[in-house]
Write a protein that binds this ligand. Structure first.
Ligand code: MSP
Length: 519
C-alpha cells in the first residue's frame, strides 16, 4: 500500500495544517504496519512555481537557495515530531524531473497534448488562467484570485476534456473519494469543468522556475502538473531508479491524504484524468482521503490575520506527545476543527496525564509496592474482572474498525473508554485497601494483573499516535517485543504469570500551563 500526503509548498514555513496532515498520515501508516500490512509512506515538498520564484527574489536568494532553506525547515520539523516517512518527494530532484519529462513526451506522442494561443485573464496568485466561470456575481474576479492580469500567450494544453466523461462514470461507480460526502462536490465541479482543457505550460519569459518541456525548450511545466506526478515519480514509476520502490507492488491500494482545498480541481479532476491518459486502468486509480481544515476561532489561518500557529513552538512548549495527540484527537477526519492551545493542554491533561497516566501509575507503581513487581493472575476470576476483559475486547474491536476507516479520533475514544473502565475498576476494587490484609494477596495480585495487562494493550493501541510514549510503557512493563507484534496477535495474557516489570516512571507528566507559557 502507498500512503501519501500532499507535498507542501516551499514558499513559507510549516504551520499546524501541514503538521496535521503529516501526523495523520504517519499515524495511518504506523497503524497499517501494526496490522502487519506493508506500507510505503511518501511525503515531501512542492518546490517549483511562480510564488517560490517571487518569494526567493524578495529575499534576495536564487530559487535553488531559497527552496533548500525552506525544505530543510520542513524536514527538521517532521523529524522532531516523529513523522517517519519512507520516501521523500522533492520536485527539484532529477529523478522527478526526468519522470515528468518522460510523461510529457509520452502524452504528446499519444496525441494528448496540443499547442494553442490564448488571450485572457490570468491569476498571478493561483498561477492559472481564468474563465468566465471564475467570475463572481458582480462579474469580477474575487479576492481569492489576487492580482489578475490580461495576457496573450501560446501554450501547451492537456486534453482534459477527452477524459471527463470517463471520470464522471468512474466516480459514480466507485467509492474512491473518502469521506463520501465530498463526492457530490467533486461531481458538481466536474460538470462545470467538462469541455475545458488544461493549460500545462508556462513560457520561460514569464516563469523560469519549473521543469523544462522536453520537446519545446521555451516552456516550463505548470506547477500542479509537475507536483501531482510526485505520487508516481517517487514511487518507482517507469522503473528507472533502483533506489526507488517497486511501483507495481506499492501502487496497489494507494491512498492520497489531501486537504479539502485541493480536491477540486487538482486531485479530483486533473490527477484522475492525467492517470487515465497515461493508461492507468480503473482498478489502478488511487483513493483520495480528504481531510478538513484547522481554523482559528472559525477563521482561516493566514499571515495577514497574523493567526498562524507554529507547530515547532507548540512542540517546544508542550512536548511532541501533546501536539501529536491533539492534532489527531481533536478533529474528526474529513471535518474542520478549531485549533486552541487550551484544548491541547486540556486533552493531554485529562485523557493522558489523568486517565491513562493514572492507570499506568496504579498498575505499575502498585505492582512494585504490593507484589514486588511480580505479576500474577489467580483464579477463579470475579465478574468485574471478566467485565474488564470484555471492555478491552470491545475497545480493541472499535479501535480497529475506526482506524480501518481512517477515523483516528474515534479510535482514541474507544481506547479511552477502556482506560476509564480500568480506573473505575481500580476505584471499586481498591487494591490499596485490600493490600492492608495479607489474606487478600491473591486478589490484590489479580486486580493489578488486570490493570497491567490493560496497560500493555493500551500501549500497543496508542503506538501509532504516540510511538515514543508507547515504547516507554513497553520498557517499563519489561516487554521489549510488545510493539513488534501485530494487532491480531494481541490477546489477553500478554503478561505471563510470574512476569516481573521494570521500575515505573511517569510517561505523561501533567502540563502546567504557567510554566509552559513562561518558558
Ligand atoms: N503544493 C500543494 C499540494 C500539491 S500535492 C500534489 C499545496 N501545498 S500547501 O502547502 O498549500 O498545502 C499542503 C497541504 O496542507 C494540503 O493538503 C492542504 O490542504 C493542507 N493544509 C493547508 N492548510 C491547512 C489547514 N489549515 N488545516 C489542515 N490542512 C491544511 O496545496
Amino acid at each position: 500500500m502507498l500512503l501519501t500526503t500532499a507535498i507542501d509548498y516551499t514558499n513559507g514555513s510549516p504551520h499546524i495544517g501541514h503538521a496535521y496532515e503529516k501526523v495523520l498520515t504517519d499515524v495511518l501508516a504506523r497503524y497499517q504496519r501494526l496490522c502487519g500490512r506493508p506500507v510505503y509512506f511518501l511525503t515531501g515538498v512542492d518546490q517549483h512555481g511562480q510564488k517560490v520564484e517571487q518569494t526567493a527574489a524578495k529575499e534576495g536568494l536564487s530559487p535553488e537557495q531559497y527552496v533548500a532553506v525552506v525544505t530543510a525547515r520542513f524536514r527538521a520539523l517532521w523529524e522532531k515530531i516523529g513523522v517517519d516517512y519512507d520516501g521523500w518527494a522533492a520536485t527539484t530532484d532529477v529523478r522527478h524531473k526526468s519522470c515528468v519529462q518522460d510523461i510529457l513526451s509520452d502524452l504528446k506522442e499519444k496525441g494528448e497534448l496540443y499547442k494553442k494561443s490564448y488571450e485572457g485573464f490570468y491569476s498571478v496568485r493561483q498561477e492559472q488562467f481564468l474563465t468566465d466561470r471564475d467570475r463572481d456575481e458582480r462579474g469580477g474576479f474575487g479576492p481569492e484570485w489576487g492580482e489578475v492580469v490580461e495576457i496573450r500567450e501560446e501554450n501547451w494544453y492537456f486534453r482534459l476534456s477527452a477524459h471527463t466523461a470517463w471520470l464522471q462514470e468512474f466516480l459514480e461507480k466507485n467509492d474512491v473519494i473518502l469521506p463520501q460526502f465530498r463526492k457530490a462536490e467533486l461531481l458538481n465541479a466536474l460538470q462545470r469543468n467538462a469541455g475545458t482543457d488544461l493549460c500545462i505550460s508556462r513560457p520561460k519569459e514569464r516563469l523560469r522556475w519549473g521543469i523544462e518541456f522536453p520537446f519545446d525548450h521555451d516552456y516550463v511545466t505548470y506547477v500542479w502538473f509537475d507536483a501531482l506526478i510526485n505520487y508516481i515519480s517517487f514511487a518507482g514509476y517507469g522503473g528507472k531508479n533502483a533506489d526507488l520502490p517497486d511501483f507495481e507492488t506499492i501502487w496497489r491500494d494507494t491512498v492520497h491524504v489531501i486537504g479539502k482545498d485541493i480536491l477540486v480541481p487538482a486531485h479530483g479532476i486533473y490527477w484522475f484524468c492525467m492517470l487515465h491518459a497515461m493508461g492507468f486502468a480503473d482498478q489502478d486509480m488511487p483513493k483520495l482521503l480528504v481531510h478538513g481544515w484547522w481554523n482559528i476561532r472559525g477563521e482561516k489561518m493566514s499571515k495577514t490575520l497574523g493567526n498562524v500557529v507554529d507547530p515547532d513552538q507548540l512542540a517546544d512548549a508542550f512536548g511532541v506527545d501533546a501536539l501529536r495527540y491533539c492534532l489527531v484527537r481533536d478533529i474528526s477526519t474529513g471535518k474542520d476543527s478549531d485549533f486552541d492551545v487550551e484544548r491541547l493542554v486540556m486533552l493531554f491533561n485529562t485523557e493522558l496525564a489523568n486517565e491513562l497516566g493514572n492507570l499506568c501509575n496504579r498498575a505499575l507503581n502498585m505492582s512494585q509496592r504490593f507484589t514486588g513487581g511480580v505479576l500474577h493472575c489467580h483464579f477463579p476470576l470475579e465478574d468485574v474482572d471478566l467485565a474488564l476483559q470484555q471492555s478491552l475486547a470491545d475497545s480493541l474491536a472499535q479501535y480497529s474498525e475506526a482506524m480501518d476507516h481512517f477515523d483516528v479520533a474515534k479510535a482514541l475514544e474507544a481506547l479511552n473508554r477502556h482506560v476509564v473502565h480500568c480506573n473505575v475498576y481500580a476505584e471499586r476494587m481498591k487494591p490499596w485497601e485490600l493490600n492492608k490484609n495479607p489474606e487478600n494477596s491473591n486478589r490484590v495480585a489479580t486486580v493489578l494483573y488486570h490493570l497491567a495487562e490493560s496497560v500493555a494493550h493500551c500501549a500497543v493501541m496508542l503506538s501509532p499516535v504516540l510511538p515514543d510514549a508507547s515504547a516507554k510503557l513497553a520498557s517499563q512493563l519489561n516487554l521489549p517485543d510488545l510493539l513488534s507484534r501485530t494487532l491480531d496477535q494481541l490477546s489477553w495474557g500478554l503478561l505471563e504469570n510470574g512476569h516481573i516489570i521494570d521500575k515505573p516512571h511517569p510517561v505523561f507528566p501533567r502540563i502546567v500551563v504557567a510554566a509552559a507559557t513562561e518558558s
